[in-house]
Unconditional design. Structure first.
Length: 157
């Protein structure tokens, strides 16, 4: 795992890009350049800000990570399964699996914070919140839903 540096969000809708920049050890500006946008476009004009902005899709983040030698794997904190997209049951996954991934990989923690989702970089021990602070996972003010594990795949372009 890499040594992580705290990067603060530069806009109130780019926590996911800031977290990605921390995990990839690069800058928000460089990632915006690679993507060709800064997430600011108003795409849902009736929605309250920041939910009215384009923001960043995790598929874009997966592509950025891949271009930097990582595969991104979603690890759900509460594993559920469905046969129809409407009815869900708890999966029979190994106890402690979520903690295993947290301990062994850098990545992005995501979950609800008030009415919006928030993204926080994770270095295997500490949470690097793009709002400008570093803390432990038990002190986060989000309801963690999933962890996007960045797994080094050593791809050279």
């Amino acid at each position: 795992m890499i040594q992580m540096n705290l990067i603060k969000s530069t806009k109130f809708w780019n926590c996911t890009l800031a977290a990605t920049a921390m995990v990839l050890d690069t800058s928000i500006e460089k990632l915006e350049e690679q993507l060709g946008h800064d997430g600011s476009e108003i795409v849902f004009p009736k929605a309250k800000s920041p939910g009215n902005r384009r923001g960043f899709c995790m598929q874009e983040i997966i592509d950025l990570a891949h271009d930097n030698g990582y595969a991104v794997v979603p690890i759900y904190k509460e594993a559920k399964q469905t046969n129809n997209g409407l009815d869900y049951i708890d999966s029979k996954v190994k106890p402690g699996r979520f903690d295993f991934y947290l301990k062994n990989y850098n990545g992005i923690l995501q979950g609800e914070r008030r009415q919006w989702w928030h993204s926080i970089a994770w270095d295997g021990v500490l949470a690097f919140d793009p709002r400008g602070y570093i803390t432990t996972i038990d002190k986060l003010d989000i309801r963690i839903r999933l962890f996007w594990a960045f797994i080094n795949i050593n791809i050279k372009k």
